[in-house]
Design a protein around this ligand. Structure first.
Ligand SMILES: [Zn+2]
Length: 311
């Protein structure tokens, strides 16, 4: 029998990729549930992080990696959205100013550690929830030494109702958060398909040459098109099955994912269809759904196996 630990042993150790000019990305493959990327800037007075990680042991590993890059402290954390894999590790950097969207703060406080219940095999450790305490609504400029980094709220809701991107225009470098999954299935259950499509179209206008996705390996702007293609696939499938009165789980089972089948976490289709149905019913974008029930259906889609989280 394969245990969670055996499976965890098979994920590669996180790696650091040097993007030049003091910027790095910390990549946790395979990018599936809970294995996200962080951005790092090492400057004259310390380090800035774009997002942290899901568990205490992963936060320790991130901290150790940072110690290898600089002997200075992490003075700033930018959270791209409230999800636990991007925020649970905040507390491991107690000297840092934590920045996020105002609704990110609210969502971190409202959801606390509730995500952990969906990943019963994961040892999270003793996490202390630490929400952003410098917040903004539309945009905020942060300087990484002399580099201007624009934190911009995107169309909301998209992946969540509090997504922001970090854009270093001078370097064509975009930290996209979970608006972009490279090699993973987009997840819009807590956001909006229409909203994410609009957000992605606006990201295409940035003219980024390098994108650090929320999950998966470093990529270029062409990956945005793949995300849009998937969302259109979900909407097409939803339209047909919704009209035929077929529930999302059944529609997902019957669907041919085609090229998207190679992406991790394909069971997200079930949840994404629930979101698409909500939009077809004409509900306000981002209307809360029954996430526990949706997770149960995703588990059922996987023949009863818990969501595969190797964090
Ligand atoms: Zn997320």
């Amino acid at each position: 029998m394969t245990t969670v630990k055996d499976a965890a042993d098979r994920v590669p150790a996180p790696t650091v990729q040097d993007l030049g000019n003091g910027f790095y990305t910390y990549v946790q493959l395979d990018g599936s549930w809970g294995l996200n990327n962080c951005g790092i800037f090492v400057g004259r007075t310390g380090a800035l992080l774009v997002d942290t990680v899901f568990t205490v042991s992963r936060a320790r590993a991130l901290s150790k990696t940072l110690a290898g890059l600089t002997d200075k402290r992490v003075h700033t954390i930018v959270n791209t959205h409230h999800h636990g894999d991007h925020t649970y590790g905040n507390f491991a950097f107690p000297d840092a100013v934590v920045i996020g969207h105002q609704r990110c703060r609210e969502a971190v406080l409202a959801t606390g550690l509730e995500t952990t219940k969906w990943f019963p095999g994961v040892d999270f450790g003793e996490i202390r929830v630490m929400p952003p305490f410098v917040t903004f609504q539309d945009s905020l400029t942060v300087y990484c030494d002399d580099y201007r980094v624009e934190l911009r709220a995107t169309e909301a809701p998209a992946h969540t109702n509090n997504d922001i991107t970090a854009w270093v225009e001078e370097l064509g470098l975009l930290f996209a958060g979970d608006l972009v999954f490279h090699g993973g299935t987009p997840f819009v259950v807590m956001g909006s398909i229409e909203g994410l499509k609009r957000s992605l179209r606006s990201l295409q206008e940035y003219g980024a040459s390098t994108i650090v996705p929320g999950h998966g390996t470093l990529c270029g702007p062409e990956v945005i098109r793949d995300q849009l293609d998937y969302l259109e696939f979900v909407q097409d499938l939803a339209r047909t099955s919704f009209d035929a009165g077929v529930p999302p789980l059944e529609a997902a089972h019957a669907a041919d994912l085609g090229r998207f089948a190679e992406w991790t976490d394909s069971e997200r289709l079930v949840g994404n269809l629930h979101r698409a149905y909500s939009e077809l019913r004409g509900e306000a974008l981002g209307t809360p759904l029954d996430y526990d029930a949706i997770v149960d259906e995703m588990v059922s889609f996987n023949d009863g196996r818990p969501l595969r989280c190797l964090a």
